[in-house]
Ligand binder design. Structure first.
Ligand code: ZN
Length: 120
């Protein structure tokens, strides 16, 4: 059986109804070919960034150089839950932007970030 061309599909995430085309496709994700996600929703999920990873106060001090001025890592975050590494999270691009603009005091880039925190 061939795929019906021009058939309307409904994205189960954004509930937008559209006719799949080669520029905007539909991705079935179950047994039922009428159930699935639109291209935009699939890509959004694919590129979703992980949450910041917590780091211990020791790591923050020895690797991230917390509170040490310019050598402190730009990607170190401090929140209610303690220290976290913002590398690879959704905050990373904003930090990269500030590093490029030179508008961030902590200029270090001290390790590879999660998951293995390799010291650079
Ligand atoms: Zn969608």
């Amino acid at each position: 059986m061939s795929k019906t061309v021009g058939e309307k599909r409904t994205c189960r995430v954004c509930e937008k109804t559209f006719v799949p085309s080669f520029i905007f496709d539909f991705y079935p994700d179950g047994e039922d070919p009428s159930v699935g996600r639109c291209e935009r929703c699939m890509m959004t999920e694919l590129f979703k960034k992980p949450d910041p990873v917590s780091v211990t106060p020791e790591h923050a001090e020895t690797v991230c150089k917390s509170g040490k001025g310019e050598i402190a890592c730009s990607f170190l975050g401090l929140g209610e839950g303690g220290f976290s590494c913002l590398k690879k999270s959704s905050f990373e691009s904003a930090i990269q932007e500030r590093r490029r603009a030179g508008s961030i005091g902590a200029k270090g880039d001290n390790c590879s970030g999660p998951p293995d925190f390799k010291i650079s």
